[in-house]
Design a protein around this ligand. Sequence first.
Ligand code: CAA
Length: 285
Amino acid sequence: MEITRVCVVGGGTMGNGIAHVFAQKGFSVTLVEAKKELADKAVATITRNMDRQVAKGGLTAADKDAALGRLKTATSIAEAAGFQLAVEAVPERLDIKAAVFKDLEAHGAPGAILATNTSSLPITDIAATLKDPSRVIGMHFMNPVPVMKLVEIIRGKRTSDAATEAVKALTVKLGKIPAVANDFPGFVSNRVLMPMINEAILCLQEGVSTKEDIDTIMKLGMAHPMGPIALADYIGLDVCLAIMEVLDKGFGGVKYKPAELLRKMVSDGKLGVKSGAGFYEYPKK
Ligand code: CAA
């Protein structure tokens, strides 16, 4: 089945980035958000990010207009009916995702591939209540989606070879590189990344160094584009905590225990860039 129509559910940081790249690469995209204001906000973000690409010479103004012309919004999955691929990017709660997938199964074209951008929930659990879990797969994009080359593809226990190959080919069409992981807690990306971020937060908590110096050490010493503390703010401290909790629950032991300082930041409402403050301050522009 040729994939030309894509439904992206959720227009937050990841969802708007995912809709952006599909529209830019020629797909007809329906972005589904719970409320019209949220959908409009997502389109405004996409437009701003495309303007930035135009200003930097990575996209022509005509291609930007064409991409935005391929992007529609909706407030229900039913309005997007007939899509051949869905990518879900709603909050990281199994009950919310399971409800979205029921809806996606009801409204996709026959045989449509149903992908989730979850950063750590088991694909097998998300697919568990569906009639055909073989079409459910993880398509884990990295933030910022228009820039980052990787798509981590996660096979649930019942994901078919056909769905995996189709999603790998699609990733290449998006100008990105696929890498496949099996359905273990945190997959590969977050099983490796999050304990590093958590350890950096422990270094801060224990007074090993300042946040600035921890970031400088990792940026210049390990050639990371961002230090781990700044990256945690960028990802969202609530997201980092949720992923550490999945790892802790999945594997146990001291290694995956979330840092107390991370818990405190989240309970204080300091979530990073998106809330205006995390370990660093992000004044509204
Ligand atoms: N849309 C479009 N373009 C964007 C963009 C966006 N949202 N954000 C940045 N860009 C572009 C900029 O326009 C710029 O383009 P040029 O190269 O053509 O000039 C380029 O990206 C670099 O951006 P900046 O010059 O603004 O800043 P920078 O050089 O400091 O790079 C960064 C910013 C790309 C975010 C870089 O710091 C970086 O790669 N950081 C690490 C990001 C990372 O690790 N992401 C993964 C997080 S983990 C995750 O997402 C998964 C999970 O489950 C938690």
